[in-house]
Design a protein around this ligand. Structure first.
Ligand SMILES: NC(=O)c1ccc[n+]([C@@H]2O[C@H](COP(=O)([O-])OP(=O)(O)OC[C@H]3O[C@@H](n4cnc5c(N)ncnc54)[C@H](O)[C@@H]3O)[C@@H](O)[C@H]2O)c1
Ligand SMILES: O=C(O)C(=O)C[C@]1(C(=O)O)C=C[C@H](O)C=C1
Length: 276
């Protein structure tokens, strides 16, 4: 099959590498909206050919959307004339708002997917080998899809070594909020807490593993994460409320010098790693 990838940054570029390595695609076509990235994509040899959108739509059996989640929605009108055998797969980090907005004309073709893997880097140069192997991909609301499209998506994700989990998009967004979206917001907050200090350089000079682990994802793309926080707004607000409650609990235990209670609270947190 021919695979067309729209957006060849970290996720799309790494997928291009994977489908080539496993011989899944006869040809991999790419489309990008960035002239600057075109040069990098060609130099890195990520795709066989960079084409315009109309050509990509005609030559691809499967079209993968690996662009920010608002850009996915903005592209919907471009796919209204797609062949009924062409499968479209989005890789966005949010699912409910995307699924709700898929035009009915392409609903059967459109597979809502979220690969649970990534890094804090972005752009074509961030594309890496083995990003997907051994990782999980969530496929949402498949009851609305035709089997030929579900089968193609299963084939691609399985052949690049992924474990498939099928889930309702609403449930996906709640879970993704707690394990990915809230942690990113906390990391951005921690980074800004230090950067707002009088002398951040003096503090950061002492940074060891703890700070580096907690702040790695604060390097992530503001463009990508702004869209995610917007599309998952309700779940974000609820999870921030629960996180604030935990911060306040800890603050009060320290303020009131309830150190035994604080230790019990941390023991409960330790138990997370028994199930992670
Ligand atoms: N980064 C992660 O860890 C991660 C993990 C899972 C899913 N995702 C999702 O994957 C998608 C892509 O993320 P990424 O990390 O690869 O971002 P990225 O910034 O590395 O790559 C996105 C690329 O898309 C291009 N682009 C943007 N709008 C476009 C358009 N309208 N047409 C064509 N090209 C366009 C940009 O030039 C950019 O190179 C996002 O929806 C994100 O939510 C990201
Ligand atoms: O490991 C990382 O750096 C990531 O941010 C990957 C990560 C996450 O775990 O939060 C980021 C966004 C997703 O949509 C899925 C995975």
């Amino acid at each position: 099959m021919n695979i067309g990838i729209i957006g060849l940054g970290l996720m799309g570029g790494s997928l291009a590498k994977a489908v080539k390595r496993y011989g899944i695609a006869e040809k991999v076509y790419g489309f990008t909206n960035s002239e600057k990235n075109k040069k990098d994509i060609l130099e890195l040899n990520l795709v066989d050919e960079i084409v315009d959108l109309e050509t990509l739509k005609k030559v691809s059996d499967v079209i993968i959307l690996s662009i920010p989640v608002d850009a996915i929605i903005a592209m919907f009108p471009s796919f209204l004339d797609i062949d009924e055998k062409t499968t479209i797969i989005d890789m966005g980090s949010t699912k409910e708002y995307i699924v709700k907005n898929i035009p009915s004309k392409i609903r059967k073709n459109f597979i809502a997917a979220h690969p649970m893997t990534g890094t804090e880097k972005n752009g074509p140069k961030a594309a890496i080998d083995n990003l997907y192997e051994g990782k999980t991909v969530v496929l949402c609301d498949l009851e609305a899809n035709d089997n030929i499209h579900v089968n193609k998506a299963f084939r691609i994700f399985q052949e690049i070594g992924m474990r498939i989990v099928v889930m309702d998009s609403k449930e996906h967004d709640v879970n993704a909020c707690y394990i990915s979206h809230l942690p990113h917001l906390i990391s951005f907050s921690l980074a800004n807490t230090v950067m707002s200090h009088q002398n951040p350089k003096e503090i950061i000079a002492l940074a060891a593993g703890g700070f580096k682990d907690m702040s790695r994802i604060a390097k992530s793309s503001p463009r990508m994460w702004g869209d995610i926080f917007k599309q998952n707004r309700e779940n974000m607000l609820e999870s921030i409320k629960y996180f604030e409650e935990q911060l306040n609990l800890a603050k009060n235990m320290i303020k009131e010098e309830k150190y035994e209670e604080l230790e019990e609270w941390m023991k409960k947190a330790n138990s997370l790693h028994e199930i992670l």
